[in-house]
Design a protein around this ligand. Structure first.
Ligand code: T4K
Length: 363
């Protein structure tokens, strides 16, 4: 077994060229403008609009993905209603619902894509259902047509948690709204950050106000808003990272292919093949015990910090225990999944060695 001298984490953020970042900082210093819709934020928004090929009227930036979700759910009118969602995700998907007073209802996932199943979701739709929130988990595409069909049939909103799906052009404008996270653990980041892309241009103004306390003018506050503004340093980081997005995506693909090749001769490890941007490398083991052994031995013997995204299921956490046991497919997958290290700068040689270690552990 190979022990790495330095720890290998599940991910590391890409950091832009320091000199280029410094010249951006000089602009911030000259502007003496640090937050509240400053010039860097406006530039970042323009750059994103161009990259995503979505008009600036249909996007809004936030300080992080969680608050983007919270305010997005709120403007879509989900407060007080039932919202059908997946338990196989990061807690933020549901926390943001709870925090605006919506009621998450958990439906099971598709065993292949690991995303919410439209068939399972449909069975839970009632007159109280206001929306469905599927997650493109790991950058795997949800059944967008299936959910659109449900939206047309039942008049429910479809809001995608696309936290993992940045760079997947076909998913950018899916549904009524999508949220992309720019946390440093994501393939693209702005230190922290979140982006909403939405169909209805009319909600942009409300989102802008809500992220700034719902202040309408110097003398008017029109709702109970939040402080969810992205600041200028975050925007600068986003601008610099966006310049390298093609390279970041390409490198993840190379790493992914390297893992697939390394595990090709190993029947008992399944590399999940559905991610469109290869933002994570999830692998499935035959059972819980094997997964736990690999996770622990990678850490203790190899200095490799893989992660069990997304275990435990949300329905195993205290705030969502009412859904415990209701999603057997998700439960089975959560008990067997492990995400392996992937990030720009992780050498392909290291990837091969990690894979060899995994194979040795399960022998
Ligand atoms: N929806 C979904 C489906 C999500 O996955 C997330 C976030 C959200 C919504 C909410 O979006 P944000 O509000 O976060 O924008 C991480 C992230 O904190 C979280 O953003 C992410 N999902 C989740 C899947 O993973 P942890 O607790 O695993 O992160 P942490 O701090 O343990 O970092 C993992 C590894 O990354 C570290 O071992 C080392 C490395 N790392 C991390 C940071 C922050 C670095 O090398 N440098 C860094 O600056 O939750």
């Amino acid at each position: 077994m190979i022990r790495f001298e330095k720890p290998i984490f599940v991910t590391r953020p890409y950091l832009p060229d320091l000199d280029e970042f410094k010249s951006g900082l000089e602009e911030v210093w000259a502007n003496q403008w640090l937050t509240n819709n400053g010039p860097m934020l406006q530039r970042f928004q323009r750059d994103l609009s161009q990259y995503l090929d979505v008009p600036e009227t249909n996007i809004a930036l936030f300080v992080n993905g969680t608050l983007a979700l919270e305010l997005g759910y709120y403007v879509m009118g989900l407060a007080g209603g039932d919202v059908i969602t997946t338990p196989f995700t990061f807690v933020a998907t549901s926390h943001a619902l709870k925090r605006i007073g919506a009621n998450p209802i958990f439906a099971d996932i598709d065993p292949d894509t690991m995303c919410l199943s439209p068939e399972a979701a449909e069975k839970l739709i009632t007159s109280r259902t206001k929306a469905i929130v599927p997650v493109h988990v790991y950058g795997n595409a949800c059944d967008v047509d299936g959910f659109q069909h449900l939206s047309n049939k039942y008049g429910v909103k479809i809001i995608y948690d696309a936290a993992h799906a940045f760079g997947v052009k076909s998913l950018t404008t899916a549904g009524d709204m999508s949220m992309f996270s720019f946390h440093p653990t994501k393939l693209f980041h702005s230190c922290e950050g979140g982006l909403l892309v939405f169909k209805d241009v009319k909600i942009q103004k409300e989102l802008y106000e809500l992220r700034n306390f719902a202040i309408h003018s110097e003398t008017e506050c029109v709702d109970v808003g939040s402080n969810a503004k992205m600041n200028e340093l975050q925007a600068l980081m986003g601008i610099e990272c966006l310049k390298k997005i093609d390279r970041l995506l390409e490198y993840r693909r190379k790493i992914y292919e390297c893992y697939v090749k390394s595990f090709a001769n190993c029947d008992s490890i399944e590399v999940v093949q559905y991610s469109l941007n290869k933002s994570y490398v999830p692998v499935l083991f035959k059972d819980f015990v094997t997964r736990e052994r690999v996770y622990t031995e990678l850490k203790e013997k190899c200095n490799v910090y893989s992660r069990r995204y997304f275990y435990p299921l949300l329905t195993d956490f205290a705030p969502y225990e009412y859904g415990h046991g209701s999603c057997p497919i998700a439960s089975n997958i959560a008990s067997r999944i492990l995400t392996l290290p992937t990030y720009y700068g992780l050498s392909l040689d290291a990837v091969c060695r990690i894979a060899e270690n995994v194979k040795e552990i399960i022998q």
